[in-house]
Unconditional design. Sequence first.
Length: 287
Amino acid sequence: MSTVREQIWMYGAVCGAYHTPHYKLPGENTMDCADACRKYGLKKAVMDVCVKGPAYPFDAESEKLAFLDELVWTIFPSGSVVRNDLNYYDRDEIIRQIQKYPNVKGVFVDDFQYRRRSHYTPEMMTAMKQIVQNAAPRPINLWQVLYATDVLTEKLTPHHALNYGAYVDTVSFWNWQPFYIKILRENLAYVASQWPGKKYNLGIYLWDFSKGAPIADDLMQLQLDTSLELLHEGLLDGLTICASCIMGIGLHSEEIFAKWLDQHGEEELTTHAPTAAQPAIGDNERL
């Protein structure tokens, strides 16, 4: 048995990482990933690598997060980081983190839908995963981001995200546009039908990055309440809160999350095998 709180991950980034003119975030962020995890009593985190850092080597961040039970490092960073577009630039540094820090138990493939990364074939990604696993002293879980917009794309191209599922252990599913929250359950069922037998982790945005604006209170509450139902039903393995670098800046969405966590964090989740994937949603039913 585990609790809701124990299945929540913090998406971490260096302080101020997302404070850019495009995202239009208010305030000033001084809370790092370790601070955010301690504030909310979380023991798992995904550590992002973005334009503002961290810089090599990553030891300083791993040291601060050594108290966590599980840490996942982004091996393919966010789309704003271009150094991975032509080679596996971060692979060797992430392997070093895995070998040095016992709680590093996973790697995270972010923003793989970018065309400039389209030369990475499924076979190349499978080989990359095997290289990491062969160098690791423990089993390594590979996460890959999938967006609702990927799910709803009608024309599948060779580089389409849904064609890259064979080597994935955990599907990290995100609603970049908040209106997709309204059909979260249906979209997750479709993902499970396309990538069966995986772990499914839902990303929870505290800000509408697509518009550089707050998330409406009703949609924020809806994604949390729907996520709670899916956790109890065994359709989700966990949630990832995005992100430490926008916490403590006065967002009402963080207040809603904090209240929700206080109310439900200690609820026990029954451990059982994942429910069988739902049938795929027909094209006419998808938005």
